[in-house]
Design a protein around this ligand. Structure first.
Ligand code: ATP
Ligand code: MG
Length: 227
C-alpha cells in the first residue's frame, strides 16, 4: 500500500489541493487511489445527508465509486473545532469505525490518501487528537506547509509533534498561498534544513488559474518513503 495521511500547518493551507494533486500523480502511475476525509466539520445539508466539500472532492477524484459514508464517516454541520461539533451533535468520534472505513477503502485501492482536519494536534474528543487517529490508521504523514509569515514555527512544531508522538514523516510540501512572499526561498531552505523528512517540492501560487499539477513535486521520493 502507498497510503498516507495529509496534515497541514493550519486550516486552509492547501491540504485538499495537494491531496488531489498527489492522488492524480499516483493515478498517473497506474495506482488505484481512494480519497478519505474521516472527520469533517463544515457540511451542507442535502437530501442524502450532510456533505463536506473536501470529502466530496476526494470522493469524486477517487479511482472507483465510493460510498460517501466510507469516505467521510464523521460529518458535522458547523464549521467549528471537531470535538465541539461532535459534542454538539451528541456523537463520539470512534477511531475503530474510522479504521473500519479505511480498511474498506484500502481493500479496493493501491493507495488511500487521507486528509486530516486542521493541524495535527486538533482535538477529536476530551481524550483523542488527530495524532491518535494517524496512529490508529498506522499511516506515514505528509505535511503541507502554507508558506506565510509564521509558518516556520507552525511547521517545526508539527515536526516536533510527529517525532515526539512516534509518527512516520514521509515528507513535506511548501505551498505558496500568496502571489509574493518576502524571502520565500530562504524560508523554504530554513525548513529543508530543519525538518527531518524529505522536501517533496513547492507548489506555486496559482491564483485564479487551475490548480497546479504534480510537476513541482517529487512524487517518486514520496512513494519511496511510503514503501
Ligand atoms: N498554491 C495555491 N495557489 C492559490 N490558491 C491556493 C493554493 N493552495 C491552496 N489554495 C487555495 O487556498 C484555499 C485553501 O486550500 P485548501 O482547501 O486545499 O486548504 P485545506 O488545508 O485543505 O483547508 P481545510 O483545513 O479547510 O481542509 C482554497 O481556496 C485553495 O484553492
Ligand atoms: Mg481541506
Amino acid at each position: 500500500m502507498k497510503s498516507f495521511f495529509i496534515t497541514g500547518t493550519d486550516t486552509g493551507v492547501g491540504k485538499t489541493e495537494i491531496a488531489l494533486i498527489l492522488m492524480a500523480a499516483l493515478q498517473a502511475r497506474g495506482l488505484r487511489v481512494a480519497g478519505m476525509k474521516p472527520v469533517a466539520a463544515g457540511c451542507v445539508v442535502t437530501a442524502e445527508g450532510l456533505r463536506n466539500d473536501d470529502a466530496v472532492r476526494l470522493q469524486q477524484h477517487s479511482s472507483m465509486p465510493l460510498a460517501y459514508e466510507m469516505v467521510n464517516p464523521f460529518a458535522f454541520a458547523p464549521a467549528i473545532a471537531p470535538h465541539l461539533a461532535a459534542a454538539q451533535a451528541g456523537v463520539a468520534i470512534d477511531l475503530k469505525h474510522i479504521t473500519y472505513c479505511y480498511a474498506a477503502l484500502a481493500a479496493q485501492a493501491d493507495a488511500v490518501v487521507v486528509e486530516g482536519v486542521g493541524g495535527l494536534l486538533v482535538p477529536l474528543s476530551e481524550q483523542l487528537d488527530l495524532v491518535d487517529l494517524v496512529r490508529a490508521l498506522d499511516l506515514p504523514v505528509v505535511l503541507v506547509v502554507g508558506m506565510r509569515l509564521g509558518c516556520l514555527n507552525h511547521a517545526l512544531l508539527t515536526g516536533e509533534t510527529i517525532r515526539h508522538r512516534g509518527l512516520r514523516f514521509a515528507g513535506w510540501v511548501a505551498n505558496s498561498l500568496e502571489p509574493e512572499m518576502d524571502c520565500l526561498a530562504d524560508n523554504v531552505f530554513a525548513l529543508a534544513r530543519r525538518l527531518p523528512a524529505p522536501f517533496l517540492g513547492q507548489l506555486p501560487y496559482y491564483g485564479k488559474q487551475a490548480p497546479g499539477d504534480a510537476s513541482h513535486l517529487d512524487i517518486d521520493a514520496m512513494i519511496e518513503r511510503l514503501s
